[in-house]
Design a protein around this ligand. Structure first.
Ligand code: C2E
Ligand code: MG
Ligand code: MG
Ligand code: MG
Length: 285
């Protein structure tokens, strides 16, 4: 793509931006076939209880094994899938796979306590009229109770949400599906607004965890997290923290009252077999 700069002179606008745009275009057009060809796969990252260190569940994170570009992370293709609408069938596929995976974990590990699967939802999936029925069908087909599922919706997707947008989430919550507010603390939402949302879990954004890196941590950051945790608990919301990379962060966040943690300190996202291993370790002590 070249920009005409008057006359018959052509000038490259920005070669790198152009290359990115070409890749973006290529990826966008390749997306539908990729779903048919089974090029997507899911990695799972454990959710660990900060009190006793047990694995309570996992978040499903989708990846694309692209024949030319190798493994692509969701940040590379989810926005494209959202733009083209492919996110609806792709999201349904992720949900189906993840729920089936959750059943296999629950079966193999019955005495380790209830195991939950967290699945991310795009704003486009929220507004798609099939969301509730698709979710019900998927749970039924897999023979999985709704309480094994947690849907993660970003705080920014729900900012200013009207009742129409919240209705499907409310229905799902009434069925027993947990709703988590993802990346919490980045969206400048009105805290009082939380009461209105059918959420039961706050996922504190990684930026808060990062500020616990230094020792001693910034006292203002500590106060902010402490405040969020106490507000969340007073509203009966559990607090999960993302991006825990060190034991010191985990300890600090545990002291601040956070309930569950997720991050490289415990495990990177990985294939489902990894979860079997982790969960089995816990079940046997
Ligand atoms: P998210 O839901 O906030 O997921 C957490 C991201 O943090 C994941 O990135 C995860 O790999 C990464 N992470 C986990 N622990 C650590 C850590 O200790 N340190 C650091 N630096 N990073 C950590 P990932 O897998 O690249 O996913 C990025 C985003 O893509 C997700 O953010 C989520 O919003 C979106 N996404 C992933 N899978 C799906 C999906 O199936 N559907 C939709 N709609 N979005 C998805
Ligand atoms: Mg998430
Ligand atoms: Mg998150
Ligand atoms: Mg995040």
């Amino acid at each position: 793509r070249a920009k005409s700069a008057g006359g018959n002179r052509f000038e490259l606008a920005d070669p790198e931006a152009d290359a990115r745009a070409i890749t973006r275009h290529g990826l966008t057009t390749a997306l539908p076939a990729a779903l048919d060809r089974g090029e997507f796969f899911i990695e799972y990252q454990p959710l660990v209880h900060l009190g006793d260190g047990s694995v309570r569940g996992a978040e499903a994170l989708v990846r694309w094994l692209h024949p030319q570009h190798g493994v692509l992370g969701p940040d590379r293709f989810i926005p494209l899938a959202e733009h083209t609408g492919l996110i609806v069938p792709l999201g349904r596929w992720v949900l189906e796979q993840s729920v089936r995976q959750a059943r296999s974990w629950r079966e193999r590990n019955a005495d380790a306590g209830p195991f939950r699967i967290n699945v991310n939802l795009s704003p486009c999936q929220l507004t798609h009229p099939g969301l509730v029925q698709d979710t019900v069908d998927i749970l039924e087909r897999a023979g999985v109770e709704p309480d094994a599922l947690c849907l993660e919706v970003t705080e920014s997707a729900l900012i200013g949400a009207d009742d129409d947008l919240l209705k499907p989430l409310r229905r799902l919550a009434e069925m027993g599906v947990d709703i988590a507010l993802d990346d919490f603390g980045t969206g400048y939402s009105n805290l009082a607004n939380l009461r209105r949302l059918p959420v039961s879990i706050l996922k504190l954004d990684r930026s808060f965890t990062q500020s616990m890196q230094q020792f001693p941590a910034d006292p203002v950051d500590l106060k902010i997290v402490e405040g969020i945790v106490s507000l969340a608990h007073s509203l009966d919301l559990a607090v999960t923290v993302e991006g825990v990379e060190t034991g010191a962060q985990a300890e600090q966040l545990r002291i601040l009252g956070c309930d569950t943690a997720q991050g490289w300190y415990y495990a990177r996202p990985g294939p489902p077999e990894r979860l079997h291993e982790l969960a089995l370790v816990d079940a046997t002590g």
